[in-house]
Ligand binder design. Structure first.
Ligand code: HEC
Ligand code: HEC
Ligand code: HEC
Ligand code: HEC
Length: 353
């Protein structure tokens, strides 16, 4: 054989070997795995954690320093300012502290002018100010009416925004799968399965890529297991089960936990064998539906088109928007306790719709 061809063949073999070896060396996780017992002994409900991953999430979920609470002294904001529809009961000092905090949480680069026309702070000409007012009400509603989920810990703008204009983890409706509209006869449908977005949303599994539209915006039934042990009694298809699993993969990865954090794997559907966290999660699903339908979707006319998804809808909330890889956002440290104005829905007039 000609030396040139030999060298070429050897070269190709070498490249092939590199493709095999490089992922083997860098693709596997180092064995720094810890198993933590969850639930009664002997039920095999271990939670598996990777020390390296835990160190990274711990570093990314620290509570920032923030301005101290102020007493309610002096005139009320409603008496001094022209256009306060939510925060009118605060004193001017408290109001100013909240404005400074909101700037730190949502627009630290841009400052007050991200929401305000500096020539007239009362004006609602920037869409960001109109959105921010609705966000104030959404935050108040979560803290007052969803204590089955957020308990007394509560949330602030920082829980989701973390110093970014748009939270790092949001989603929009997926474009319809090819063939999913009628009239395509027997054409194959893929339901977004093995779609590139699956990598981030359904934790690299070959499952539907958008379980959010049916379950976290719509109120489709999540339960798929039969409740009786007789053949022919389970009406759920494998396809429906795929969708449920896609949502469950999202919930697990957004909290940084295994399935056993909420389920006893010998009986996934049985509530009496499930850890209490599953009930908290059940309320969480309902809370997220209310946020998306009651607060995010109605803001569609306010947001400019470039902020919207391919289907023209606004970016919405899922479990990762708050949790960001941790079983309790910011490891359960409460910032909301120092912002009582964010804890109850203001009695002032409802500015929307
Ligand atoms: C993320 C958006 C946002 C940022 C950033 C922001 N504000 Fe505001 N601001 C609002 C909203 C929303 C209102 C109306 C609140 C209401 O209706 O109760 C408001 C109202 C005001 C008012 C009352 C004006 C009037 O007469 O009605 C003042 C004063 C004000 N902000 C000052 C500031 C200052 C100073 C900063 C920077 C330190 C700032 N704001 C940053 C959203 C923002
Ligand atoms: C539960 C999560 C969550 C909380 C809490 C939250 N936000 Fe948001 N916010 C969102 C999402 C999701 C969007 C993105 C909507 C989009 O881009 O279509 C958003 C968008 C915004 C925007 C528009 C940004 C832009 O550039 O388009 C502003 C301003 C804003 N939020 C202010 C606030 C303020 C102020 C608070 C606290 C009072 C707050 N948010 C609390 C989830 C949240
Ligand atoms: C954070 C808690 C949580 C985690 C983690 C979680 N689940 Fe779930 N799971 C739930 C809740 C809550 C429901 C019931 C939802 C409802 O009824 O609206 C549920 C329902 C299910 C169902 C349907 C049960 C029925 O009655 O038909 C299956 C199957 C399931 N989960 C499997 C899994 C798998 C597999 C994983 C891991 C990939 C997982 N879950 C991770 C909370 C969780
Ligand atoms: C608005 C922010 C927010 C969103 C969105 C959210 N959570 Fe939570 N969640 C919290 C807060 C805050 C806590 C901490 C409550 C506490 O201190 O016990 C919490 C606690 C939990 C817990 C209890 C953890 C434990 O160990 O006790 C579970 C389980 C949970 N969330 C699941 C979910 C799931 C599943 C979703 C999506 C369907 C979700 N959450 C969406 C804010 C949120």
């Amino acid at each position: 054989m000609n030396y040139g061809i030999k060298a070429a063949v050897l070269g190709l073999v070498g490249i092939g070997a590199a493709f095999l070896v490089i992922p083997m060396v860098f693709g596997f996780q180092k064995p720094m795995i810890e198993t933590v017992q969850h639930g009664p002994r002997g039920v095999a409900m271990g939670l598996v954690y990777n020390d390296g991953d835990l160190a990274k999430t711990a570093a990314a979920n620290k509570v920032p320093t923030y301005l101290p609470k102020l007493p309610a002294v002096g005139p009320k904001a409603s008496a001094v300012y022209k256009n306060v529809q939510v925060l009118g009961d605060l004193s001017v000092g408290q109001f100013t502290r909240l404005m400074a905090s909101v700037t730190q949480w949502v627009a630290p680069q841009q400052g007050c002018n991200y929401c305000h026309n500096p020539a007239n702070l009362a004006e609602d000409s920037k869409y960001t100010k109109v959105v921010a007012r609705r966000m104030l009400q959404m935050t108040q509603n979560i803290n007052q009416n969803w204590t089955q989920h957020v308990v007394a810990t509560g949330v602030t703008c920082y829980t989701c925004h973390r110093g970014l204009n748009i939270p790092a983890n949001v989603w929009t409706n997926a474009t319809p799968a090819p063939g999913s509209d009628s009239g395509m006869g027997f054409a194959a449908m893929n339901f977004g399965i093995a779609h590139p977005t699956t990598v981030t949303q359904a934790a690299v599994a070959s499952l539907p890529s958008d379980p959010f539209t049916p379950y976290l915006e719509g109120a489709q039934n999540i339960r798929v297991q039969s409740t009786v042990a007789l053949p022919g009694t389970d009406r759920s298809s494998i396809q429906q089960t795929d969708w449920t699993y896609a949502l469950m993969m999202h919930m697990s990865s957004s909290l940084g936990v295994n399935c056993t954090y909420c389920h006893n794997s010998r009986a996934f559907s049985d509530w009496s064998q499930s850890p209490p966290q599953r009930v908290t999660a059940w309320y969480g699903i309902r809370m997220v539906r209310e946020m998306n339908n009651g607060y995010m979707d109605p803001l569609a006319p306010v947001f400019p088109d470039y902020r919207k998804g391919p289907m023209g809808d606004v970016a919405k909330v899922n479990c990762t928007t708050c949790h960001q890889g941790v079983y309790k956002p910011l490891y359960g440290v409460s910032m909301a306790k120092d912002f009582p104005e964010l804890q109850t829905v203001s009695s002032s007039a409802h500015p929307y719709p």
